[in-house]
Design a protein around this ligand. Structure first.
Ligand code: KIV
Ligand code: ZN
Length: 534
């Protein structure tokens, strides 16, 4: 019997469950960037994706397994040999890797989704774990929709998969339905009724449909769970997953209550949160716990007075504990490289010399156009330096003329990495429409715009505007974003990012790695449909 420890493992599923949420899909370089940030954050496990979902997912999991050091790298698989083999091969380069198999157990899923009796579920779950153990010593099993499964059947499944070799048992509240007291009881029930449960790691995986994912996860931990599955900024299916930064800071701030610790380097929470928000285009609400812009702001006179007397009157965590930059120091065009480097560092970013030089040049160019540069401006420059927008097409120049009461005209000059240089005109209903028409005419890629947002990155009339664009192309959703003091240019670059993503995904599905030559080739959207139908 393994003694229960005071260490809670943090299993990050931003790249799998988080990426599954609408509009949050990431390219492979973006996934690698997030995975590296998660390794710096020192999470214990990174669930890098669902290798059988598509060729792109397989390649991304394989790239993370090959290039990211530190955490265990996990991949999701259904209880089939084909899925498990794909996961095993994708994960094989990682020195420590885990196969995570799942199968729904609740009566609702058995009857309406799987059309399987309890015996069939039991048989397939055991078989899935046995197959996974052929490839890997570290096997996690999740009874999907566990919180709505009959307790005695859940206990039976859990005991059977432990006997088959599962080393982690994860209990998902798949639809965010449970409440803390009930969920705590479920964990206590399993610990009492399942033979061998103290020899495995008990894990919790909560969704936030009723806003209780963090509370339910903490209750599970009090009841004996020692792994929490969570995502950065709580992104995930529907209302999202348990938020990593919230659950970690709850355990840290209330250490005297929980008597538990994680290995997370909390000072990396804020930069990681900003990175994921920037890459996914999913904004962080201002009042979001721990990493929201207002999380450490004190507006009312009484609170400010208290804070001046002693921080502890109204602050339960220090901004520095989560890596929040202390001041909103303003830099300008006279600020030198040294001050810039210091600020970038204080904001929690590590850039090598070449990246710093490139971002510093962009900073200088921006400072010529804008009086004062705030942290938000610097973050936008640094976060974009990773090349989210990079791809075959680049915007060389854009001219737009718009007059009230008349149609707008645009002329875009674009270059392609294959050497093409194209100049096209567009006429439209407003400057953004005209610029889009010119770009679509040059690239030949038609898209259907579903949502278009522009918001100011910082304050002031010369603030940079961030344009975020959601489009559909051939039944798939894509997102692009860009930042500039010229919002027409930001919108145009956001469109170009989308077009680049479309070209890159065409390219990645055109390549044929041996593994997928013998397996499936459906695209991610189709595979996800399969996923939710299983
Ligand atoms: O929510 C869920 O049930 C899942 C499982 C695959 C773990 O994401
Ligand atoms: Zn989930």
């Amino acid at each position: 019997m393994t003694a229960i420890t005071d260490r809670v493992l943090i299993f990050d599923t931003t790249l799998r469950d988080g990426e599954q949420s609408p509009g949050c899909s990431m390219t492979q370089p973006e996934k690698l960037r997030v995975a590296r940030a998660l390794a710096e954050l020192n999470v214990d496990v990174i669930e890098a994706g669902f290798p059988a979902a598509s060729r792109g997912d397989w390649e991304a999991v394989n790239a993370v397994a090959s290039e990211v050091q530190g955490p265990t790298i996990a991949g999701l698989a259904r209880c089939t040999r084909e899925d498990i083999e794909l996961a095993a091969r994708a994960l094989s380069p990682a020195p420590r890797h885990r196969i995570h198999v799942f199968l729904a157990t609740s009566a609702i899923h058995r009857q309406y989704k799987l059309n399987m009796a309890q015996e069939e579920i039991l048989r397939r779950a055991v078989e899935g774990v046995r197959i996974a153990r052929e490839y890997c010593d570290d096997v996690e099993f999740s009874p999907e929709d566990a919180s709505r499964t009959e307790l005695d059947f859940l206990a039976q499944v859990v005991q059977a998969v432990i006997e088959a070799g599962a080393t982690t048992i994860n209990i998902p509240d798949t639809v965010g339905y449970t409440v803390p007291d009930e969920f705590g009881e479920l964990f206590r029930y399993l610990r009492k009724h399942v033979r061998g449960i103290d020899g495995v790691t008990l894990s919790v995986h909560c969704h936030d449909d009723l806003g209780m994912a963090v509370a339910n996860s903490l209750t599970a931990v009090v009841a004996g769970a020692r792994q929490i599955e969570c995502t950065i900024n709580g992104i995930g299916e529907r209302a999202g997953n348990c938020s990593l930064e919230e659950v970690v800071m709850a355990l840290t701030t209330r250490a005297a209550f929980f008597n538990l610790k994680t290995g997370v380097n909390t000072s990396r929470l804020y930069p990681t949160s900003r990175l994921v928000s920037n890459i996914t285009g999913m904004p962080i609400p201002r009042n979001k716990a721990v990493v929201g812009e207002n999380a450490f702001a004190h507006e009312s006179g009484i609170h400010q007075h208290g804070m001046l007397k002693h921080r502890s009157t109204y602050e339960i965590m220090l901004p520095a504990d989560v890596g929040l930059p202390r001041s909103n120091l303003v830099l300008g065009k006279h600020s030198g490289r040294h001050a810039f480097r210091e600020r970038v560092k204080q904001l929690g970013f590590e850039l090598d010399e070449a990246e710093l030089n490139r971002v510093f040049e962009e900073f200088k160019a921006l400072a010529d156009r804008k009086k004062e540069l705030f942290d938000g401006d610097i973050e936008a420059l640094v976060l974009r330096a990773g090349g989210a927008a990079s791809g075959p097409w680049a915007l060389e120049s854009l001219q737009v003329a718009a007059h009230s009461g008349a149609q707008a005209r645009a002329q875009a000059r674009l270059t392609h990495t294959d050497g093409r240089k194209l100049e096209r005109d567009g006429i439209g209903d407003g400057p953004v429409d005209a610029a889009y028409k010119a770009i679509v005419s040059a690239t030949g890629t038609q898209v259907t715009v579903r949502k278009f947002e522009v918001h100011a990155v910082t304050i002031g009339e010369d603030a940079q505007g961030e344009a975020i664009l959601y489009v559909e192309h051939n039944g798939r959703s894509y997102r692009g974003s860009s930042v500039s003091t010229n919002i027409i240019e930001a919108a145009s670059r956001a469109l170009l990012e989308v077009i680049n993503r479309i070209e890159l995904s065409r390219h990645s599905s055109a390549r044929s790695p041996e593994v997928h030559a013998e397996a499936r080739t459906e695209d991610t959207a189709a595979a996800r449909a399969v996923h939710s139908a299983v």
